[in-house]
Structures are given as C-alpha cells and as structure tokens.
Design a protein around this ligand. Structure first.
Ligand code: 13P
Length: 249
C-alpha cells in the first residue's frame, strides 16, 4: 500500500463469457461491493461493456475495457475507439497488456498513443508492464520494466500502472514478496521522477496469479496499491475475497 492511496482491485475478464454470464458475474460483484477498503473495477470484453456498465451504474463498481484504438474515429476495421467506450459507460481501459503486446505486436509507442487517446476521451488508462521469464532469469526485469514505462506512458500521464510479470500470468506462479516489493519500488521511483507528486500517489497494481490465498500478503506490500486479477476475477466470490484481503487503511 501507499499511504493515502485507496487501493483498487481490478478484474480483467479477458475473452471469457457469454453476455448472460457477464451479466451474472457483474451482478455477483455488485452484490458484494459495499463496505470494502478498496475500489472495484471490472473489465469485460468490448461486446459486454454496455450491459455491465448499465448494471454497475451508481453501484460503486467502475467498468473498463481491455483495449482501445489510438484514433478517436476513422477507417480502422474491427477496432473500437476510446470515445465509443466512454459513450457506453466505461471509465477505464486496460492498455498494453502482455497478451496484446504478444498477440498483436503492440510496441511501447502504440501503448503510449492509446494511453493518450484514452485520457483525451476521459478514460483512465491502466497501463501494463512486466518482464518475461527469460528477461527475469537474465537479471533484466527492472531494466525492462523501466524501459516499458518510459516508452508506454505519455507526458502528463494521470492513470494507473499495473506490474504483471508475463510468466506469472495464468500460471499459478508469482514472484516472491521481496521481488514484487523491489519492482514496485522501482516503478514508484520512475513515476515520482517523471510525474512528481502525482507519481508518488499513482496507483501501481500487481497482476499475475493473484488469488484469495495470496492476495493479503501481496496487497500489504509497500507500493502495491491493488491488483489486476485475471482468472480469479471470473468467480465473483473469489474476486470479492481478494478485495476483502485489502488491509484497512
Ligand atoms: P491471472 O490472474 O489469470 O494470472 O491474469 C492476470 C492478468 O493478466 C490480469 O490482467
């Protein structure tokens, strides 16, 4: 945790669920959202954003998408713009997730342009960074993350950063608590150096195999201001259990 920063527990639903399942999951999260020590955010697939945003309206659960195009509109077949997402009721957007960096060859410059587009549309960008296993084994984790931050965050960035080591995503493996704390301290230093007081107070989430069983220990670490949860966010009870693992301020 960072003093004075309210934690955020964010669910990345990735490419899962029918519309009916998304609505049921949203209802399960909504029903348990009151009285937590953290804010909640759920990020369904594009096609479910409108229904989930309508279900969460006024319920204290924010809704985000998992990507957006860098342009506000245009001839970009198959893409979705940030203003479209804002229009549907989204308030956040995940950008630069390692699955998009890998599946769609998204470079830092693309992520940076998307983050600027999101902010221009009134969305809070949640920018993901994280090293591969080979990079960690080579001792390059901090250098990789530092370079990703430099390249992926636009000037004036006022969003959220998520540290997601690629090798921890969906694997059941997590870095040691000391390793998480070390990278988060590095990220904090980068953010503070570039954005000053805003960087000191910027939320830095941890993501990668966060579960009810390991959440309390991870969420208590310095500079860990919440989580970006994949698999466990698809079960409302598990997602809420992670949120309840946030230490009281
Ligand atoms: P898992 O929680 O399934 O490891 O996924 C993490 C993630 O990629 C969230 O964006």
């Amino acid at each position: 945790m960072t003093p004075g920063v309210r934690p955020l527990i964010a669910g990345n639903w990735k490419m899962h669920g029918t519309l009916r399942e998304a609505a049921a999951l949203a209802e399960g999260v909504r029903a348990g959202a009151a009285g937590l020590a953290a804010d909640l955010l759920v990020c369904p697939p594009f096609v479910h954003v409108q229904v989930v945003a309508a279900a969460m309206l006024g319920q204290g659960v924010a809704v985000g998408a998992q990507d957006c195009h860098p342009a506000p509109k245009g001839a970009h077949t198959g893409d979705v713009s940030a203003p479209m997402l804002r229009d549907l009721g989204a308030t956040h957007v995940i950008l630069g997730h390692s699955e998009r960096r890998a599946d769609h060859a998204e470079a830092d410059a693309t992520v940076r342009a998307k983050a600027a587009a999101a902010a221009a549309a009134g969305l809070v960008p949640v920018v993901c960074v994280g090293e591969t296993e080979a990079q960690r084994l080579a001792g390059e984790a901090e250098a990789v993350v530092t370079a990703q931050l430099a390249g992926s965050l636009p000037d004036g960035f006022a969003g959220i950063v998520a540290y997601e080591p690629v090798w921890a995503i969906g694997t059941g493996r997590t870095p040691t608590e000391a390793d998480i704390a070390q990278i988060h301290a590095t990220i904090r230093g980068v953010l503070a150096a570039r954005f000053g007081a805003a960087g000191q107070a910027m939320r830095v989430l941890y993501g990668g195999s966060m579960k009810p069983g390991n959440a309390a220990a991870i969420l208590a670490l310095p500079n860990v201001d919440g989580g970006l949860v994949g698999g466990a966010s698809l079960v409302a009870a598990d997602f809420l259990a992670i949120a309840r693992a946030v230490p009281a301020a």
